[in-house]
Design a protein around this ligand. Structure first.
Ligand SMILES: Cc1cc2nc3c(=O)[nH]c(=O)nc-3n(C[C@H](O)[C@H](O)[C@H](O)COP(=O)(O)OP(=O)(O)OC[C@H]3O[C@@H](n4cnc5c(N)ncnc54)[C@H](O)[C@@H]3O)c2cc1C
Ligand code: SF4
Length: 459
């Protein structure tokens, strides 16, 4: 329970960001970790509320009050054991989860919520620092082989779980390194890629096999997959981008967010790309269309590349700063979010509809937009479309296996996580549409339990 009066004595304290002038000069993590003592003080604010809505709101069902109590009392090992019992990637959620739990924290009803996400991060980083997180020996191996197609958080969590259950797991990934959006979408200033490698190293030592550079359904035919594996998980994400089909869309200088972010992440990782293909914001007037998290990542990236100015526009109205009666506690509210990237310099505008792009010599120069019934123009040399994703690609493995999709174009799983194609399962964004890392982990874990039951003949 922490300290029963902790919340009366200790105020919420979040970790700090590095100063803007320093952090926009590099792609290193913007977040500064709190000390262990500070995290224990923060854990003392958890007040034994009786019904932990935080646990209910967290998609992986983290044992939040319990690990807060252990951490407060210095029982870090026990806190870590509980954390690892529910979450395969706490070092990721501890950094980039929108903390659905904190919006449901009972203390948040009339005070500031407990810093649950950062407490989670403190526990897992304590574990790594003190050598407590290491490969486990898998003693009893079954004779079952499972293929996981796609190595984002959903596929990785499923693979880790099934491997620990004793099955032989091969993760196929079309990119040259595993991680999915964690590696090639989310910028390093939010999530350093060494963190993914640190975790992958453990899973490799535990026996998970990774086959990268393999596009399943094209390089590796569906019938071969069915012949060689007892069960298959499709966790290929949802990557078909929503487009803006308006006049001028074909002009140079208009790109999808994932194309921009992926190549920025590759460049930060030291890869050399052909000069002609590089999308760079240096000295450019950048307009990011789309006011969500992906858009914010593009803003942060453009500022680091030395953009002349950055504007972010959103078609929806500006969200409120605090909960209204239509969204009572403990539901997750849609509130105005100011990320570290926004603090670094951007002009944000809401209720702006883009009507057409205007160009000069084939290159984009302006956006013609409508706001409050009036026409306005925004100058731009680089436009990034961050307006979401439609559904997974249907060609390739989905078509190859004959898996049905639902009315939104996502993989249909009529019973739990099993698709229409028998021993083929699906989890993560490919099944639920673009979502959150914590949901991908939750789906990866639940699908692993279901695949395990299926392999044991229990379905
Ligand atoms: C720019 C951006 C920023 C985001 N920021 C956050 C954030 O801060 N916090 C948060 O919680 N969520 C965030 N999200 C959402 C989150 O990243 C996703 O919900 C999550 O990664 C989904 O996981 P997944 O495993 O289902 O799929 P993905 O992470 O998309 O991984 C799918 C993998 O499958 C591979 N693949 C696909 N088809 C094949 C095939 N046929 N053969 C082999 N491999 C294949 C792909 O190459 C990819 O590596 C962000 C999303 C984006 C786009
Ligand atoms: S995974 Fe997200 S919702 Fe769950 S405890 Fe961590 S921060 Fe909260």
């Amino acid at each position: 329970m922490g300290d029963p009066k902790g919340f009366l004595k200790v105020a919420r304290q979040e970790g700090h960001y590095r100063p803007v002038c320093e952090r926009i000069m590099d792609f290193d993590n913007v977040h500064k970790m709190r000390t262990e003592r500070q995290s224990q003080d923060q854990a003392s604010r958890c007040m034994d509320c009786g019904t932990p809505f935080c646990h209910w709101a967290c998609p992986v069902g983290n044992y939040i009050p319990e690990w807060n109590d252990h951490m407060f009392r210095g029982r870090w090992n026990k806190a870590l054991a509980l954390l690892e019992a529910a979450n395969n990637l706490p070092e990721v959620t501890g950094r980039i989860c929108p903390a659905l739990c904190e919006y449901a924290c009972v203390l948040g009803l009339n005070d500031d919520a407990v810093t649950i996400r950062e407490n989670e991060l403190a526990i897992v980083e304590y574990g790594f620092k003190n050598g407590l997180i290491k490969p486990r020996a898998i003693r009893n191996r079954t004779d079952k082989a499972v293929a996981v197609v796609g190595s984002g958080p959903a596929g990785l969590s499923c693979a880790a779980e099934l491997n620990r259950m004793g099955h032989s797991v091969t993760v196929f990934e079309r990119d040259d390194k595993p991680g999915g959006i964690l590696r090639y979408g989310i910028p390093d200033f939010k999530l350093e890629k060494s963190l993914i490698d640190r975790r992958l190293d453990i899973w490799k030592k535990e026996g998970v096999i990774f086959e990268t550079g393999v596009d399943v359904g094209r390089d590796y035919p569906a019938d071969k997959l069915l012949r060689e594996f007892d069960a298959i998980l499709l966790s290929g994400g949802s990557r078909v981008p929503r487009d803006l089909d308006i006049e001028g869309r074909g002009l140079n200088g208009i790109h999808f967010a994932m194309d921009y972010l992926t190549q920025s992440n590759r460049r930060v990782a030291g890869e050399k790309l052909p000069e002609a293909k590089i999308i760079d914001a240096k000295d450019k007037k950048v307009v990011v269309i789309g006011g969500g998290d992906t858009g914010a990542d593009c803003v942060g990236t453009a500022n680091r590349q030395g953009a002349a100015c950055v504007v972010q526009i959103e078609v929806l109205p500006k969200p409120p700063d605090c909960r209204g009666p239509s969204c009572p506690w403990p539901a997750y509210p849609s509130l105005l979010k100011t990320t570290s990237s926004h603090e670094e310099g951007v002009k944000r505008q809401w209720e702006v509809t883009t009507k057409r792009f205007i160009g000069e010599n084939g290159n984009v120069k302006k956006l013609l937009c409508m706001k409050s019934g009036r026409e306005m123009a925004i100058e731009a040399d680089l436009v990034i479309l961050a307006i979401g994703f439609l559904h997974p690609e249907h060609e390739g493995i989905i078509a190859g296996l004959g898996v049905e999709v639902n009315e939104r174009g996502n993989v249909k799983t009529p019973r739990g996580f099993m698709t229409s194609a028998g021993r083929v399962f699906s989890a993560g964004d490919m099944r639920r549409g673009q979502s959150l890392v914590v949901w991908a982990i939750a789906e990866g874990r639940s699908s692993a339990a279901e695949i395990n039951r299926y392999l044991a003949g229990g379905r």
